[in-house]
Each structure stands twice: as structure tokens, then as C-alpha cells.
Write a protein that binds this ligand. Structure first.
Ligand code: ADP
Ligand code: MG
Length: 240
């Protein structure tokens, strides 16, 4: 589904991603972990070109998205993204937050999008909040809305950047539960997280990033039982 070849990214003279090559197959749930500043967010943001790579190519479903001739907006619609800080539109109701993109892009008519929003809200237990504004919701509720807002575009891939890091501890579970359900339904997911339980339970693969490289990767059980690199062991000793 995604093929990354020799991806590098610099901000000025600071090399943040250093020659990353990686392949993500349909249905995979790739969990990205690593210390702060190792390049996890930049890597994720390069996958949908929210950051422009300095070098290398990224192919998504057969389309080379790093080719300047590619209409990136069309491709990006097929990739849902969920951020740490929700990024809901504060001046719009929850219903409008969910229906805006599918209607604007012509994916759905307003009536159809409204019906879809009801279904999505039911799915995350928030059917009664359609007419609320984001500020009236808890962090966990906002993040569940952010997830279904992304799903309203019927993406082929979901990218999550520390979706539970800004939440009070008691709200982490409800968001992870929605993500687990999505995983069970077969969604292809790339998830940056510090939730090692989620990585173990849901991940098909764990990537450990350090200094702009994917230093080590494995399927979760082997990754956590037998980390090979010293840096990985040191990191895991701090977070487990
Ligand atoms: P992580 O998500 O692993 O914490 P990031 O990808 O956010 O790491 O950042 C990696 C490095 O790139 C950090 O040193 C950060 O300061 C730098 N960086 C990230 N975004 C920018 C930017 N827009 N401009 C300059 N430096 C940036
Ligand atoms: Mg980050």
C-alpha cells in the first residue's frame, strides 16, 4: 500500500529523517515508537506529504505521491490522519466537523453525509453529541470524533500521531478501544504511540526510530521479548 524509498528530510541543516526505506502492506497495523525528537511525526507527516521530503520517493497504492505532477489532494483524501491535539474545527458542530470534507470534496451530498455522520457517531457511542461543539466535549470524546471525522472520507489508510498523549489517563482506554475496533475491521494503520500494550495487542509490526532512522523492527512479541539494539533496550527499559 505504501512504499517508501530512501526518504530523507532536513529542516535547514538538521537531518531529521535519514534515508528511510519501508514497505507497508494492506491490512498491516504498524506501530512506530521511539524517543522524542527521533523523527516519528515527521515520518508520518511525510507519508501524506504534510511535510515535503528532501529526498526519496513515496508510492501510495501505485501512485508516486512525491512526483510533483501527482494531485496530492486527491491522494491525501484516501489517508485519514488523527493528531495528538484533535484539530477539530472549534466553530462548527460535531455533525459539521464530520460532514464538511465529504461534502466539500463531492464524495457525498449533504443528506448522505449527515446520515453517515449519525452512523459514525453511533459507532463511537456519541450519537447524542451531533449538535454539540468541540469545546463541550471531553478530550476522549474529541479524539473519538476526530477518528470518525477521518473515517467519513472512507480512507484506505489511517495515520495516528500519538492520539492518546494529550488525554487524561482515564480517557485513554475509550480512544484505544475505537482504534482496536478499526484494526479488527481490517483497516491499514500506522500508529505513533507510547502505549506499549496497544503495540503488543494490535500491532502486526513495531518500528523503533532513533536519530531519524528505523533502527530496529520486528513483530511485537519478538520485538519486546528480544530487542537487539542497545538503544532499543535502553528505550524499552524506560517505557515498559
Ligand atoms: P518525534 O515525533 O519523534 O518527537 P519529530 O518528527 O517531531 O520527532 O521531530 C524530529 C526533529 O525534527 C526534532 O529535532 C524537531 O525539533 C525537528 N522538527 C520537526 N518539525 C520541524 C519543523 N517544522 N521545523 C524545524 N524543525 C523541525
Ligand atoms: Mg511527534
Amino acid at each position: 500500500m505504501i512504499d517508501v524509498k530512501h526518504l530523507s528530510k532536513s529542516f535547514g541543516s538538521h537531518l531529521v529523517l535519514d534515508d528511510i526505506s519501508e514497505h507497508i502492506s494492506p491490512g498491516e497495523k504498524v506501530v512506530v515508537i521511539g524517543p522524542s525528537g527521533s523523527g516519528k511525526s515527521t515520518f508520518l507527516r511525510c507519508l501524506n506529504l504534510l511535510e515535503t521530503p528532501s529526498a526519496g520517493t513515496i508510492t501510495f497504492g501505485g501512485t508516486e505521491i512525491t512526483d510533483p505532477k501527482t494531485e496530492i489532494d486527491k491522494v491525501r483524501r484516501q489517508m485519514g490522519m488523527v493528531f495528538q491535539h484533535f484539530n477539530l474545527f472549534p466553530n462548527m458542530t460535531i455533525r459539521r466537523n464530520i460532514t464538511l470534507a465529504p461534502v466539500r470534496t463531492g464524495l457525498m451530498k449533504q443528506g448522505e453525509a449527515d446520515a453517515e455522520a449519525v452512523k459514525l457517531l453511533e459507532r463511537v457511542g456519541l450519537a447524542d453529541r451531533a449538535d454539540s461543539y468541540p469545546a463541550q466535549l471531553s478530550g476522549g470524546q474529541k479524539q473519538r470524533i476526530a477518528i470518525v471525522r477521518a473515517l467519513a472520507m472512507k480512507p484506505k489508510l489511517m495515520l495516528f500521531d500519538e492520539p492518546t498523549s494529550a488525554l487524561d489517563p482515564e480517557m485513554v482506554g475509550e480512544v484505544l478501544e475505537v482504534m482496536k475496533e478499526l484494526a479488527r475491521e481490517g483497516m491499514t494503520m500506522v500508529v505513533v504511540t507510547h502505549e506499549m500494550g496497544f503495540a503488543r495487542e494490535v500491532g502486526t509490526r513495531v518500528l523503533f526510530m532513533d536519530g531519524g532512522k528505523i533502527l530496529e523492527q520486528n513483530e511485537p512479541q519478538a520485538f519486546f521479548a528480544n530487542p537487539r539494539e542497545e538503544r532499543t533496550k535502553e528505550f524499552l527499559s524506560k517505557v515498559l
